[in-house]
Write a protein that binds this ligand. Structure first.
Ligand SMILES: *Cc1c(COP(=O)(O)O)cnc(C)c1O
Length: 380
């Protein structure tokens, strides 16, 4: 049975070009980047070259880039690190109800330490209200953390405007841009972003490697104690191959951004138009006019999303119900509840996320399979 992978918001397949770029650092160049002999210097050079390339794409300085194990670690480090190092200025944080758990659970941890967190509501499309954000800013607000684009419904927030508001009020602004890389433009200076997370495996790079950008001059606590790697902010021998892979994947993502966006958007729009035409009682979730190009989150009323997933899996099709981190659990998605869906509708939803290796055949196969399965499930 052919595997039809349509869960590119959960993770992506490693690009062959990226793999080839990584291989020498898994084979010949195995030196420790902290060693002074030439084998070590090879590794050091590869890391610093990667840092330069990444900084160019984000429009920041190379010494504002820190390598981490991925999006979760970057979010944790940014939010906890900035909050704890700046608590003398205030202990109030603003975020939203639809953030990834890497942000939400981090904020909940900080609440245990005496920080106060305000969780912004979103409207039925998943957008925060800029006026509400302005109204909630206080004397002691030190950090705003709002994601660039949502991983479940794809809704894109107005990052530049939030960044501007944060700047005017002397508040640090962190954005989880994990889903945005590869399809949306990023310029940390133009968009007034003080801190940003990204993760390589969401844009055809390797798993277990991410970037945390933090603007120079912002104090933040180190996350891993030990050696002096990453300018004494994150101890541990660097994963050179993964770092090289991340920078190559980012270079490709940046180079192909517009073309890639168009390609997956066309497939996603084709998918939704066919579904709406051939299956009744479906609801498309998220901001139809402003969402990630490959994202489609649909509720099939009267059908259980988990049953849909299992039936699709039997046909070799990989999609997800809401976020991968919560699938397996029977809780309704916190994002779908936040946009106002009731529990039943939330649980009748699936997320299809189109990626660069998908074809029209994949989409046709999914459409035909869904037609059969939904009909069958509704007859039970
Ligand atoms: C995947 C994801 C993360 C977590 O990234 P990992 O590299 O898997 O830790 C964080 N935020 C968002 C929006 C994501 O989609």
């Amino acid at each position: 049975m052919k595997e039809t992978y349509l869960d590119n918001s959960a993770t992506t397949r490693l690009d062959e070009t990226v793999l080839n770029e990584m291989l020498p650092y898994l084979k010949e160049y195995y030196g420790n980047a902290s060693s002074i002999y030439s084998l070590g210097r090879e590794s050091k050079k590869a890391i610093e070259d990667a840092r330069e390339k990444i900084a160019k794409v984000l429009n920041c300085r190379a010494d504002e880039i820190y390598f981490t194990s991925g999006g979760s670690e970057s979010d944790n480090t940014a939010i906890k690190g900035i909050a704890r190092a700046n608590k003398n200025k205030g202990k109030h944080i603003i975020t939203s109800k639809i953030e990834h758990l890497a942000v939400l659970d981090t904020c909940r941890e900080l609440e245990k330490d005496g920080f106060e967190v305000t969780y912004l509501n979103v409207d039925s499309k998943g957008r925060i209200d800029i006026q509400e954000l302005k109204n909630l800013i206080r004397e002691d607000t030190i950090l705003i953390s709002i994601m660039y684009a949502n991983n479940e419904i794809g809704t894109i927030q107005n990052i530049s405007e939030i960044g501007e508001i944060a700047k005017q009020n002397n508040i640090y602004f962190h954005t989880d841009a994990v889903q945005a890389i590869g399809t949306l433009e990023i310029d940390v200076n133009k968009q007034n972003i003080d801190s940003l997370s990204l993760s390589a495996h969401k844009f055809y790079g390797p798993k277990g490697i991410g970037v945390l950008y933090i603007r120079k001059g912002i104090k933040f606590q180190k996350f891993i104690d030990g050696g002096h790697q990453e300018r004494n902010k994150r101890a541990g021998t660097e994963n050179v191959a993964n770092i090289v892979g991340l920078s190559k994947a980012l270079e490709i993502a940046n180079r192909d951004l517009i073309e890639h966006r168009k390609q997956i958007e066309n497939l996603r729009n084709y998918f939704e138009s066919q579904i709406v035409k051939s299956i009744d009682s479906v609801v498309i979730n998220g901001d139809i006019n402003n969402r990630l190009p490959g994202n489609s989150n649909i509720s099939f009323l009267g059908v259980n999303g988990q049953d849909l997933l299992l039936n699709l899996d039997m046909l070799g099709i990989c999609v997800s119900s809401g976020s991968a981190c919560t699938s397996g659990s029977i809780d309704a998605s916190h994002v779908l509840l936040a946009i106002g869906l009731d529990e039943d509708t939330s649980k009748s939803s699936i997320r299809v996320s189109v990626g660069k290796y998908n074809t029209k055949e994949d989409i046709d196969y999914l459409i035909n399979s869904l037609k059969d399965i939904v009909k069958r499930q509704r007859n039970i």
